[in-house]
Design a protein around this ligand. Structure first.
Ligand code: ADP
Ligand code: MG
Length: 385
């Protein structure tokens, strides 16, 4: 789960991580009032779950309260296109006003889980404000990596090493080290999967603070953080993905034309590969999980069909815990309820497969039953040719 910059900054403050003051404005008058409180100037920042806002026009400087009000009006509701949103962009629903900071240097710092070492790892670079992928591509030597031992946490020594690598000196060096240790504590205690501070700035006064903050949380640990779940912004999530999560289903939108209902991530990958192999591509995939009910299967089928990209559906289920007759009944009921207009190919294997196939063939619906996965992929690709 991702959260907005203003929410991330609220969290940073509770961990004593320095970040400029700021508030969300609900309307133009409030944007002006907040700016007045800040001494007449502010940075007006669009809140979307994507970076690159600065270059896309989502970060603007207001020199007067009136200008802040104008910028608010322009930004609120705008469709913001950045390098990370894709061409379709994102609608801005929230506008944050930040205290302007007198920047001396822009740096980069993040914590993430390095899968290769299985450790939380700090990445630091003197090249702040630039996307880290670009730094990694052109000047990889400018990225410093420090792996944290989970039993020790980020040690004082490591924090100072990071501060040194970032070229911090004197008081800023000390402030930096404290900043890094507090941020690491947040990362662990809140079960983050990534925290990125870009830019981390040194101000003209020598303070070290987070000018931007991006935090992602491990979904599997959200059950123990209701305070984080409360930050969830459904405006930022694809409609079908939200709908699927209501029923405990995982839906992923892709850009091809075949809708895929599968159980298990591995089978999803195999299904997508074989569709590509036979010359088409998946419009989405929906993982119904290990032991879905007939009701869940029905909802899954409905969600897949609501995707306008879907020209045909491939149901590929291996019945282990999941029973094939339940899948078949769910598909048949959903098809009858919704009135399916696209070709549907079903491949079932495993527990109660014979009953499942019988339900499908006796349904009176034009559902094609495939002999195996290869046959299923061939049939579904042929159906849209
Ligand atoms: P994004 O990463 O989405 O482009 P940022 O919050 O990093 O958005 O802002 C982009 C740039 O705008 C920063 O690199 C910084 O130069 C400037 N900026 C952002 N917030 C402030 C602020 N409070 N004071 C001064 N400059 C800022
Ligand atoms: Mg940024």
């Amino acid at each position: 789960m991702n959260i907005h910059e203003y929410q991330a900054k609220e969290l940073l403050r509770t961990y004593g991580v320095a970040t400029p003051g700021g508030r969300v404005a609900r309307d133009a008058a409030e944007a002006a009032a907040i700016t007045r409180e800040m001494g007449g100037r502010s940075v007006v920042k669009a809140q979307i779950h994507a970076g690159g806002r600065g270059k896309g026009g989502g970060v603007k400087f207001a020199k007067t309260p009136e200008e802040a009000a104008e910028l608010f009006t322009k930004m609120n509701g705008m469709n913001l296109v950045t390098k990370q949103t894709g061409a379709e962009g994102r609608t801005v629903h929230t506008v944050f006003l930040s205290d302007p900071v007198d920047i001396a240097r822009e740096l980069y710092l993040s914590f993430l889980v390095d899968r290769a070492t299985g450790r939380v790892t700090a990445l630091a670079s003197t090249e702040g404000g630039v996307e880290i992928e670009e730094v990694a591509e052109h000047t990889p030597e400018k990225i410093v990596k420090i792996a944290v031992d989970s039993a020790l946490g980020l040690t004082g020594h490591q924090a100072r090493e990071l501060a040194f690598a970032l070229g911090l000196e004197g008081d800023s060096w000390k402030k930096g080290a404290t900043f890094f240790q507090n941020l690491y504590r947040l990362f662990v205690e809140k079960d983050c999967s990534m925290v990125e501070i870009n830019p981390l700035v040194v101000t003209a006064q020598g303070d070290v603070c987070a000018l931007d903050a991006k935090i992602a949380f491990d979904d599997n640990a959200l059950f123990r953080h209701p305070e984080i779940v409360a930050y969830r912004d459904l405006n930022e999530e694809a409609h079908a993905e939200i709908e699927a999560s209501k029923y405990g289903l995982n839906f992923i939108k892709l850009d091809g034309s075949i809708g895929c209902m599968v159980n298990g991530a591995g089978l999803a990958m195999a299904t997508m590969d074989i569709i590509q192999y036979h010359g088409s591509s998946p419009a989405n995939f929906l993982d119904v999980g290990g032991g879905a009910s007939e009701e869940a299967v029905k909802n899954a089928f409905r969600i897949i069909l609501q995707d306008p990209g879907v020209k045909a559906v491939l149901v590929n289920i291996f019945g282990g815990i999941m029973r094939c007759d339940i899948v078949a009944a769910g598909v048949v009921n959903a098809a009858k309820d919704i009135g399916v207009t696209v070709p549907v190919v079903v491949r079932l294997e495993g527990t109660n497969v014979e009953q499942g196939k019988k339900i499908l063939s006796e349904s009176g619906l034009s559902i094609q039953v495939a002999a195996n996965l290869d046959d299923a992929a061939r049939k579904v690709v042929a159906s849209i040719r």
